[in-house]
Design a protein around this ligand. Structure first.
Ligand code: SF4
Length: 390
């Protein structure tokens, strides 16, 4: 079995722990007790995020100073590495509003990325993509200010041996002057920090111009010129990676599941991506697709349309909330499925892809990307821990 196939299986079927593995993890990898899942490097930089389950047919064992994985009692893979979460994840500090800030809110689990989501969790993002985890997890609501971000970054920097990347994830902005100006300042600040320490700056956003629509209109700037101004701004800031996630292809799914994002039509997205490539160049822009929610053929059409525009593709497998272990995440569940068409609702509440479907889709996505000579999965191996990639 190829490593990417093992990755798909572990992600889907989870893993059990032998007593020896448990004891090592408890003693040496304290952090894992707090987050409940593991990032395993299967070899050749294939990383996977695996949840623990006693019912799984896969087992992580520790013997002769190394971890191995078993499938139904048979050895599958020797010498796998458990990827350490940085110690800084447990650190807190008090910000200028006298609020307790968790450094862990800024750190991606693999520890090589510091993530700034200034406008999510009830701030600037519309928070209405039905599958979004940020939307569900309202436990820690506080504004993530530039000062707090800088402080969290310094703490991570002093506690990490990894090469750190910076991700600013802005969600879908409200289309008003205040939000646009705020985010432009955030990008500038993130750029200053990244450039000072020679870090890669990555931003994730829905299509937007430099100015909000009303201001662009006042200044008689066309939609296309406004997009161009924004990409030029990103270029000036030395942004190295940009994620503009199309998420879904099917118009009805888009309308019902990503309402605000869909204020920019699918055609607008594609146009926007083309402009982005023409200004930022090749292999800078990537686009995420949620796979397993809409029918597979739609995902493949989206892959084709994006790849031919020279966009790197990221496949994020859909996980229905109903199956999440954390009961708090179910609280808004009824609200999420309100007003969905029956067929969409049916797919929204369950896993729709079998392991064979996942393997086939992985291969097909990879083939399309190969045909257009674009990347499939993240450029950064550890960031592929939760997607389908080869
Ligand atoms: S825009 Fe992004 S952060 Fe905001 S709700 Fe949608 S997926 Fe979540």
């Amino acid at each position: 079995m190829e490593l990417w196939q093992i990755k798909n299986r572990l992600r889907l079927y989870k893993i059990n722990l032998s007593n020896a593995a448990k004891s090592i993890l408890n003693n040496q990898y304290q952090d894992y007790n707090t987050i409940g899942d593991y990032i395993i490097n299967l070899g050749k930089e294939v990383y996977v995020s695996v949840n623990f389950s006693q019912k799984s047919n896969y087992l992580l064992d520790y013997k002769d100073n190394h971890f191995s994985i078993y499938e139904n009692g048979n050895l599958l893979l020797k010498n796998v590495e458990i990827h350490q979460v940085p110690k800084a994840i447990d650190t807190t500090f008090i910000n200028s509003f006298n609020q307790k800030v968790y450094v862990g809110d800024y750190i991606a689990q693999h520890g090589s990325r510091i993530r700034w989501m200034p406008n999510c969790q009830g701030y600037l993002c519309s928070n209405d993509c039905k599958f979004c985890e940020v939307w569900a997890n309202k436990a820690r609501i506080y504004e993530k200010t530039p000062n707090d971000f800088e402080k969290a970054y310094e703490i991570l920097k002093n506690n990490s041996t990894e090469k750190i990347r910076v991700l600013v994830s802005g969600g879908t902005l409200k289309n008003d002057k205040e939000s646009f100006e705020y985010m432009n300042r955030v990008y500038k600040k993130a750029s200053d920090i990244s450039n000072k320490d020679n870090l890669n700056l990555d931003i994730m956003l829905a299509p937007r111009g430099y100015y909000c629509d009303d201001e662009a209109k006042e200044k008689s700037i066309s939609k296309e010129d406004n997009y161009i101004l924004f990409f030029k701004y990103l270029k000036e800031l030395h942004v190295k990676d940009v994620a503009i996630n199309l998420e879904l292809w099917n118009e009805r799914y888009r309308e019902q599941l990503i309402k605000r994002k869909n204020q920019y039509s699918r055609e607008d997205y594609l146009k926007y991506l083309e402009i982005g490539v023409s200004i930022l160049g090749k292999d800078i822009i990537r686009s995420g697709l949620i796979v397993g929610l809409e029918p597979i053929e739609e995902t493949l059409t989206a892959t084709q349309e994006l790849a031919k525009r020279q966009i790197r593709i990221i496949y994020s497998p859909y996980e229905p909330y109903l199956y999440k272990d954390d009961k708090n995440k179910h609280l808004d569940y009824r609200f999420r499925i309100q007003n969905l068409d029956d067929d969409i609702k049916e797919r929204f509440i369950k896993f729709n892809l079998s392991i064979e479907d996942e393997d086939n889709l992985t291969l097909k996505g990879y083939e399309i990307c190969k045909k257009y000579n674009v990347g499939f999965g993240s450029k950064y191996p550890s960031s592929n821990h939760n997607n389908l990639s080869i």
